[in-house]
Design a protein around this ligand. Structure first.
Ligand SMILES: C[S@@+](CC[C@H](N)C(=O)[O-])C[C@H]1O[C@@H](n2cnc3c(N)ncnc32)[C@H](O)[C@@H]1O
Length: 356
């Protein structure tokens, strides 16, 4: 199955960010290979990133249950209220990038709704699984590419939505990784970032101490491990990802807001939200600013998440909109995603060689 020219055009040289012609960069005089239909746009990485790549090459995450089909993929994704909200907020035809797509579930879910999706990851075995699943489900509007998000082989300012969940906290310098991510979204487009929260992950860290002390014989209160009792490959993928990872960072909301300001991104909201009274955003309201943005509520919410987000390992989502010109206060809504913005809402040299 050949990916469409429109998808190929969203790729770029990881060395200089120039467009590619037939996967060749005329400026760097390099042609990038495409084994198995998966473009390889990865330069030499640092040792810590290589350790993460090898980790996910050994056990691609999150994997697929047996007998996956389009209905089961969509049904599973729709069990997540956030995936439902995202599906309703991103219009058909939008160009979406998933950074650190793993085995590609979210990419394929979003592509099955008529968007053009590029899924990018370091781990080739994960991308192979994603590509095979796209072929078997006959999803033609998704392309998977091997690249390091820190030097991405992706066209700058080309995407309406850039989504990355469970990834940046596994890079050696999450703040610098966020800066690289922010450049890929169009001015006016939306960034969706899923990270381990410093407070919400505390219960999981206690679980991990028990797991390590008992040589992984006893891992208390992990509902996802229990659910996957009869799916050994997916159980192992979760166990490794949550309990044995070589690189893990955690972040507060305040820290992520600083990254947003540094990169000209207007903070919109978190998911779950931090407000006592606001209902969870659904549909297009997901991409609008929250009704309020008060630091006391933010801290209380992060304490609350220690119990409510514990099952997911303390992962929270932060949404922002890239602002034209870099200032963060007076965002204008983007061309495709300008669904609804309340007027009274607060607005708030030489390159490395390709890897072998
Ligand atoms: C925990 S998995 C999350 C997969 C997927 N986002 C999900 O939520 O199911 C983290 C993924 O990030 C990828 N990753 C880690 N560092 C990366 C980097 N520097 N560039 C691209 N992908 C990276 C890993 O290969 C892995 O597939």
């Amino acid at each position: 199955m050949t990916p469409s020219a429109e998808l190929i055009e969203l790729l770029a040289c990881p060395g200089c960010s120039e467009p590619l012609q037939d996967l060749a960069c005329l400026r760097c005089r390099l042609r990038y290979p495409c084994p198995g239909g998966i473009p390889s746009l990865r330069l030499v990485s640092d040792e810590r990133t290589n350790a993460v790549r090898r980790f996910y090459e050994e056990a691609p995450f999150p994997g697929y249950p047996p007998h996956e089909n389009l209905a089961s993929l969509r049904a599973r994704a729709r069990r997540s209220s956030f995936a439902q909200a995202l599906d309703a907020a991103i219009p058909a035809g939008a160009r979406v990038l998933e950074l650190g797509c793993g085995t590609g579930q979210m990419s394929l879910f979003l592509a099955s709704g008529g968007r053009l999706v590029v899924g990018a990851d370091l781990s080739r075995p994960s991308l192979q699984l994603a590509t095979q699943t796209a072929a078997s489900l006959e999803i033609r509007s998704a392309l998977f590419a091997e690249t390091d998000l820190q030097r991405p082989g992706l066209k700058p300012a080309a995407f309406d939505v850039v989504y990355s969940s469970g990834v940046l906290h596994h890079t050696p310098m999450p703040r610098a990784s966020f800066a690289a991510m922010a450049k890929l979204v169009k001015p006016g487009g939306v960034l969706v970032l899923g990270l381990y929260n410093s407070l919400a992950r505390l219960p999981h860290r206690l679980r991990r101490v028990v797991a390590r002390l008992t040589g992984y014989r006893w891992i208390p209160f992990d509902p996802i491990l229990r659910d996957r009792e009869h799916e050994p490959a997916r159980r192992l993928a979760w166990l490794r990802d949550q309990y044995q990872h070589p690189e893990e960072h955690r972040h507060t909301l305040g820290e992520v807001k600083r990254w947003f300001r540094e990169n000209g991104v207007q903070f919109l909201r978190t998911y779950p939200n931090t407000l006592w009274v606001e209902e969870e955003a659904s549909g297009p309201s997901l991409f609008t600013p929250a009704d309020d943005d008060w630091w006391i509520e933010e801290w209380l919410a992060q304490v609350r998440w220690m119990s409510t987000l514990s099952a997911e390992g303390g992962l929270f989502l932060v949404l922002g909109r890239r602002v034209t010109g870099g200032a963060c206060r007076t965002a204008s809504a983007g061309p495709i995603l300008a669904h609804r913005r309340r007027a009274d809402a607060p607005l708030g040299g030489p390159i490395g060689k390709p890897q072998s």
